[in-house]
Ligand binder design. Structure first.
Ligand code: ATP
Ligand code: MG
Length: 417
């Protein structure tokens, strides 16, 4: 029988890979708390309309990438491709639109039917932050500063990961810009890719997002939003940049960062690295003042970001080390009961402790070395009657007899550091 493989585009997280992954999430969760964000868990699948409404019916995610199916009761459901829509749906369904702002952190698996390659999977994971209910530029800057704080704590420098910032302005700015874009691209219609010709009619802003080589030269010469900003939008953008400076976030302006949907406004940003080839974006976000309304709630300003955990985990310098436990070893069968008791006392004291389930002393010692134990504690029947065990520092080789109570205390002290 051929053994079964993981489904295409999915992967297992085991050992070092798991530790890298968990380190990204643990770090994000810790920093999110510093910035006053609370964690929510929303369902992995939702009514398909949650995503169809939020992502727009022309986006790549909706037209090509969603895992949508009718369940056994005939409900159309979709495995979430991203977190924001579910969080906005949850805000409205839980009646939280009157208690704003809500600062939400979220993490979990996302699903997109894509062509798998390095850094691109069909089931992947995101960390996600949403600050819902503030229209102030300080909110945009705070959300970005938190993202940068997380990236910094993961060990990235400004040389490796850089914030690229843009503004989409307000509705009036975007309308003027859209007209300028249509005029520009319509003049070169024949040179555009087929996809971009469709975008020209339906959503010209999204041409700027195209990865098709035929579109690149026309994108390079396209007008920039900055020439079309209203005075209010210009001021908003300047204030975001000012706050980012105070927060200490280095940035590069990139007028090519766009979002194709109408509910996006003002700030749009990406943290980009040169170390992942074509999959260079590790965190992306922006302001989406119209989305909560789209979900049936009142008009509610919001700003947030999402980051791919796998891409961040791949970039980590090293995996966080495995904890090095204390190995408890009965030197003879008769010591088993005392050894188990000791094992439990160590664990109760917060000390990671391990004991092999069977085997002679040699075998048990081999296992202690294999799991990277830091100390070995030998339970010797002749000593235990006097309340003593032997402890061995497996790095220095130093060995001594020690009272059981002293051992527990010393280990608790050792592992508290
Ligand atoms: P891309 O242009 O790479 O397809 P995207 O614009 O679709 O990215 P977003 O929807 O902004 O990505 O998602 C935010 C982050 O989630 C991305 O920057 C990336 O780190 C991660 N991500 C998105 N799709 C995948 C995937 N299929 N596999 C792994 N990570 C992904
Ligand atoms: Mg994508």
């Amino acid at each position: 029988m051929t053994p079964l493989q993981p489904a295409r585009g999915t992967h297992d997280l085991i050992g070092e890979e798991f530790r890298r992954h968990a380190h990204v999430i643990d770090t994000a969760r810790r920093i999110a708390t510093l910035y006053g964000f609370e964690e929510w868990i929303t369902p992995v699948f939702e009514d398909t309309r949650v995503f169809a409404r939020s992502l727009g019916d022309t986006s790549d995610v909706v037209t090509k990438e969603m895992y949508t199916f009718a369940d056994r009761g005939g409900e159309q459901v979709t495995l979430r491709p991203e977190a924001t829509a579910g969080i906005c749906r949850a805000l409205v369904s839980n009646g939280l639109t009157q208690t704003l702002p809500q600062k939400v952190f979220c993490t979990g698996p996302m699903f997109r039917y894509e062509r798998p390659q390095k850094g691109r999977y069909r089931q992947f994971h995101q960390i996600d932050a949403e600050l819902i209910g503030s229209a102030e530029p300080l909110a945009d800057a705070e959300v970005i500063a938190m993202g940068w704080h997380i990236l910094r704590d993961l060990g990235f420098t400004a040389a490796e990961v850089m914030l690229e910032l843009n503004t989409l302005g307000d509705a009036a700015s975007r309308e003027a810009y859209r007209a300028a874009l249509v005029a520009h691209f319509a003049r070169h219609r024949e040179a555009l890719s087929e996809d971009s010709r469709t975008r020209l009619d339906r959503n010209p802003l999204r041409i700027l997002d195209s990865k098709d080589a035929r579109d690149a030269p026309l994108i390079a010469t396209a007008p920039a939003i900055h020439d079309h900003l209203t005075a209010a939008a210009r001021e908003f953008y300047a204030t975001v940049k000012h706050h980012l400076d105070v927060f200490g976030v280095p940035l590069r302006e990139n007028p090519r960062i766009v979002r194709g949907l109408d509910y996006y406004s003002h700030t749009a940003f990406e943290f980009v690295t040169t170390r992942l080839g074509a999959q260079g974006t590790v965190m992306a976000g922006g302001r989406y003042d119209g989305l909560v309304e789209e979900m049936g709630g009142p008009p509610t300003p919001a700003v947030g970001w999402a980051a791919g955990v796998e891409r961040l985990a791949m970039l980590l310098e090293g995996a966080p080390p495995k904890p090095r436990p204390v190995a408890v070893l009965p030197v003879a069968e008769a010591g088993t009961r005392d050894a188990v008791e000791l094992l439990q006392q160590l664990r109760t004291g917060g000390v990671p402790a391990e004991m092999a389930y069977r085997g002679n002393l040699k075998r048990r010692m081999e296992r202690a070395n294999r799991i990277g134990a830091r100390f070995a504690v030998f339970v010797v029947p002749e000593l235990i009657n006097d309340g003593l065990v032997q402890i061995k520092d497996l790095d220095s080789g130093a060995q001594q007899d020690i009272g059981r109570a002293d051992l527990i205390e010393r280990m608790m002290h050792e592992y508290r550091r």
